[in-house]
Ligand binder design. Structure first.
Ligand SMILES: [Zn+2]
Length: 172
């Protein structure tokens, strides 16, 4: 016995932003403050499993993915600094600059961890009411290098409220 083939539909939206970071405890040049022009590819499927579309033929309108995800990125990461919560030295430095914009992460802001954060925390919070779930997030740090975070298993376990995982300081 085997399951018959089904067609699974998904959408991929590309999102771009600029941000600074450094990698705490990195053994080489990534320990310095620096920045990247990041590109994110986010893949979403319908909560029904990716086999159904609406009366227009869509999983969800592309513009909604842009509005929600790019809106969040613009507000929180774009032109800001991403800093690991244990990196006291970088936090002290960034707080001395006025105005400043930084985002405290629960782990080092590598491309891997940024992809994980977008997949596990941001996407469920900002896309949840659209009836879609992010299945994969790819964070391109350079034209040649990207990290991939992919969801395996039941997405309903992802219930981390956005507020509890992060600290945001928009002092201007
Ligand atoms: Zn870097």
């Amino acid at each position: 016995m085997h399951d018959p083939a089904i067609t699974q539909l998904s959408l991929v939206r590309q999102l771009k932003f600029c941000a600074g970071h450094r990698l705490y405890r990195h053994e080489s040049k990534c320990a310095f403050f620096h920045g990247h022009n990041y590109r994110v590819d986010i893949e979403v499927v319908g909560v029904n499993g990716g086999t159904e579309v609406d009366s227009v033929g869509r999983i969800v309108d592309f513009s909604m993915i842009k509005k929600r995800m790019l809106g969040w990125l613009d507000d929180n990461w774009d032109h800001g600094f991403l800093i690991f919560e244990e990196d006291d030295n970088a936090l002290a430095a960034i707080k001395m600059v006025q105005p400043t914009k930084y985002f405290v992460m629960p782990y080092n802001p590598t491309a891997e961890n940024m992809a994980r954060y977008l997949l596990e925390v941001v996407a469920p919070n900002v896309l949840g009411d659209l009836g879609v779930v992010a299945r994969k997030v790819v964070v391109w740090e350079t034209d040649e290098s990207c990290a991939v975070a992919a969801l395996v298993g039941d997405a309903s376990d992802l219930t981390t409220p956005l507020e509890s995982a992060v600290l945001i300081d928009h002092r201007m």
